[in-house]
Design a protein around this ligand. Structure first.
Ligand code: R5P
Length: 284
């Protein structure tokens, strides 16, 4: 077995290879003069674990090419972040179910799929293959424990993220609550006013994704207006679109933490060991 990563997943791929105790497949990436992607792998093994985070169309095309180049159908596909998964329904007539289109395209050439904190696990059915979603609750819990916050309030920005927040808070019996969020547009959200016990307290907002930062910035402002001492943000997938960092810093977010599902300067915990364990468990 070898592990191969697309260009955006090189660091995570090498962490997963280390954790599995197997080699990393060398892959040379370049582009044709017209911008089309090209790649060439080194010698293949009988099975490849393909790691490809999908954050945009380029990373999606590169992943499709890598799956094709890796040949056998014994391969395992790991999607640390699955872009397009949020368009998981036809909200208006004439729209695609993008999650289905992407899942179907990626399932040709692999026999198993592992995702990490996918927006809605129902999307896994579109792969038509054995598929498993990992939730990095132990990693986030251990990150927060070692940060040493005293009596933090763990807060989900909407009801959808409450189960995730509760799972993180449960072990230490930290307080946990949630807000009510309505999305007005891609960039704008409304957070319903809610009185919370946050005076002079550290609040940790946990969410699956930070994209524009709109959700967090709106929540942080409300928490500071109620006297919170510090508002920290922990997510799994740090997309940080456009001016998200500035937006979040201006809203007073004290600390920003994401996993290495999308590599950035804010990747402060790794999902590599959980992915490696999931691969090993299925092999036994
Ligand atoms: C939405 O339901 C997700 O769980 C996140 O809350 C959302 O994707 C965050 O997006 P943004 O950072 O753009 O507010």
């Amino acid at each position: 077995m070898k592990v191969a990563g697309t260009q955006r997943s090189q660091i995570l791929a090498s962490r997963i290879a280390n954790s599995l105790g197997v080699g990393l497949l060398p892959v040379h990436y370049s582009r044709f003069p017209d911008g089309e992607h090209y790649l060439q792998t080194g010698p293949l093994d009988d099975q490849t674990v393909i790691i490809g985070t999908v954050t945009d169309s380029d990373s999606l095309v590169q992943l499709l090419l890598l799956i094709d180049a890796c040949g056998t159908s014994e391969n395992v596909l790991v999607l640390p972040y699955m872009g397009y998964a949020r368009q998981d329904k036809q909200f208006r007539e004439g729209e695609p179910v993008s999650a289905r289109a992407v899942a179907q395209a990626l399932s040709r050439g692999v026999n198993r799929v592992i995702t990490v904190q996918i927006h809605d696990p129902a999307v896994l059915t579109h792969f038509g293959l054995p598929a498993e979603n990992l939730t990095p609750v132990p990693e986030i819990h251990s990150f927060l424990s070692s940060a040493g916050y005293q009596d933090p309030l763990i807060l989900a920005p909407d009801e959808g993220a409450l189960g995730f927040a509760l799972a993180i808070a449960r072990k230490e019996r930290w307080d946990c609550d949630h807000l009510e969020k309505t999305r007005l547009s891609g960039e704008e959200v409304r957070v319903e006013p809610k009185k919370l016990p946050v005076t002079a307290r550290t609040v940790v907002i946990v969410d699956d994704i930070i994209s524009t930062g709109g959700t967090l910035a709106t929540a942080a402002r409300m928490l500071y207006s109620q006297g919170a001492a510090e508002v920290h943000a922990v997510c799994v997938h740090g997309i940080f679109t456009g001016g998200a960092y500035t937006f979040l810093l201006n809203a007073g977010i004290s600390d920003l933490v994401a996993s290495d599902s999308i590599e950035s300067g804010y990747s402060r915990y790794s999902v590599a060991d959980s992915v490696a364990r999931a691969i090993q468990n299925a092999d036994h």
